[in-house]
Design a protein around this ligand. Structure first.
Ligand code: AHM
Ligand code: MG
Length: 326
């Protein structure tokens, strides 16, 4: 029943929407690297990839061995892809220039949710593609484009199944990795309901939230007895890829809000590697994303590793959060 490979799908989709062949080449390279990462995550302890790498990234977070391995797989693959001018990674201090004549910039979180690796819970790779706007040698500024400039974005979820979800701004499509290491089209166009009765947030941070967020979650917890007039269910995987995948599949709203723990960090998640690509997918599927005040895709980035508050998913919920913060 399912037989269309990712490569065949891209050929047809890119022709239908008149998209560039070099963007297609770039996406094929990213996805091929993710197939290698999937193989590593599947082996776990058997290939010695679990545990700490003994290093830290620029954000002061301890790196897992698989964070480092996944990062290197992507960088090596994209260095060999002539269409890619440079990459920026959550695990690299600075961008890496890859090909002098490349047209595209690829941004990624090589293994998001990596605190889940050692306990065998879903993790994922998140990626985003921008066009290099200026000529000459690459600068950080070349990467600092707002989310609307993304040409394509997606993730690969290493879960019960390995799944790829991707958009080139003409819908959101899902693929499942078969036993021959091919991604096969299994979901033609995700569409997100505007309403939901399921939310995702790390409740242990509640005391650090600002009051509008306190009010919002209180409304949901009040259920049928409160102003929202219905009961809500809650989920928290602590893997954004798994969370966004659940929302695309059965609806919901996800939030990692601003909190007062560290005034230097306006949120935990990163704009360029997590918030922007996920926001593009959610918007393409008919949902909405916000930092509680502004659409995430309209934020003008100021730094590669910038953090941002994130609320995304069902339109009605994201609009309610915005309203409470107005
Ligand atoms: P990471 O990029 O270091 O893995 O952190 C991002 C992850 C997200 O996938 C997830 O939504 C969040 O961190 C979970 O954070 P917490 O452990 O604070 O609940
Ligand atoms: Mg991450």
């Amino acid at each position: 029943m399912f037989h269309t490979t990712f490569t065949d799908f891209l050929n047809q989709h890119f022709e239908q929407h008149n998209l560039s062949g070099s963007l297609k080449e770039t996406l094929n390279a990213i996805v091929a690297a993710c197939v290698q990462i999937s193989a590593k995550t599947r082996q776990g302890a058997l290939s010695g990839v679990l545990g700490e790498a003994g290093s830290g990234n620029i954000q002061g977070e301890a790196q897992k061995k698989l964070d480092v391995i996944a990062n290197q797989i992507l960088i090596d693959a994209l260095r060999q892809t002539p269409t890619v001018a440079g990459i920026a990674s959550e695990e690299e201090d600075n961008f890496v220039e890859t090909n002098e004549h490349g047209e595209y910039l690829v941004l990624f979180d090589p293994l998001d949710g990596s605190s889940n690796i050692d306990v065998n819970i879903s993790v994922g790779t998140i990626f985003s593609v921008l066009k290099k706007q200026s000529s000459g040698s690459l600068k950080t500024d070349d990467f600092l484009q707002n989310g609307r400039n993304q040409l394509a974005a997606g993730y690969v979820l290493y879960g019960v199944q390995t799944q790829l979800v991707f958009t080139a701004k003409h819908g959101v499509f899902g693929f499942t990795l078969n036993d021959q290491n091919q991604f096969i089209l299994t979901k033609d166009n995700f569409m997100l309901s505007e309403t939901t009765a399921e939310f995702a947030i790390n409740m242990s941070n509640q005391r650090h939230w600002e009051s509008p967020m306190q009010s919002y979650i209180a409304e949901l917890l009040a259920g049928i007895d409160g102003v929202r007039g219905k009961n809500y269910n809650m989920r928290w995987v602590a893997s954004m890829v798994a969370e966004v995948h659940r929302i695309l599949t059965r609806g919901g709203v996800f939030s990692y809000p601003f909190d007062k723990r560290d005034p230097a960090k306006p949120g935990k998640l990163r704009l360029m590697y997590e918030a922007n690509p996920m926001s593009l997918l959610i918007e393409q599927a008919g949902g909405l994303s916000s930092n509680a005040k502004q659409n995430i895709l309209d934020i003008q980035p100021t730094g590669l590793h910038q953090r941002v508050a994130v609320i995304l998913g069902a339109k009605e919920e994201v609009e309610r959060v915005n309203q409470l913060h107005a």
